[in-house]
Design a protein around this ligand. Sequence first.
Ligand code: HEC
Length: 146
Amino acid sequence: MSRVKSFLALAVMLLPGVLLFAAASFAGSGTGAGAGGVRAGSANAPGDVVRGRKIARQHCARCHVVGQFNRMGGISSTPSFYLLVREFKDWRVRFETFYARRPHPAFLSIAGTQRLRKNLPANAHPIVLQRKAIADVIAYVETLRK
Ligand code: HEC
């Protein structure tokens, strides 16, 4: 009887150690190439402010006020980039996914992710951006927050 008890006591004492060991080896395997590799190619990669400004001027300024240079430009019903980055807590998510948010899918796509509609209206001005452009634009609009 007492033998059983001491065996149980020993098992209980050892258990945390075994669990810790298991947890440590699991965590160790998780920090391998897999976890780091996924992030490298995503929109979270640091963007380039200069490229982002250029992309915004070229492709977004037609509708949005995107900076001082077109402060009086844009289309009045379209939110300015200043407004978006200063007033919306989730501005980053909005910019990360803008291409999927209306009205953008009607005239803009990201290379390799979506396809533009085949029946674009005659006056549409289709835009195809590289995935990297998203991070660049985000790096640029972040400078408008100050
Ligand atoms: C043809 C006009 C047009 C162009 C070009 C355009 N946008 Fe927009 N964008 C809009 C309009 C209109 C809205 C507001 C949509 C709404 O509130 O329903 C908007 C909203 C947004 C929003 C906020 C989305 C949301 O759901 O809150 C972001 C971010 C955005 N645009 C980014 C961009 C970027 C970056 C570019 C250039 C690569 C761009 N837009 C080009 C018209 C345009």
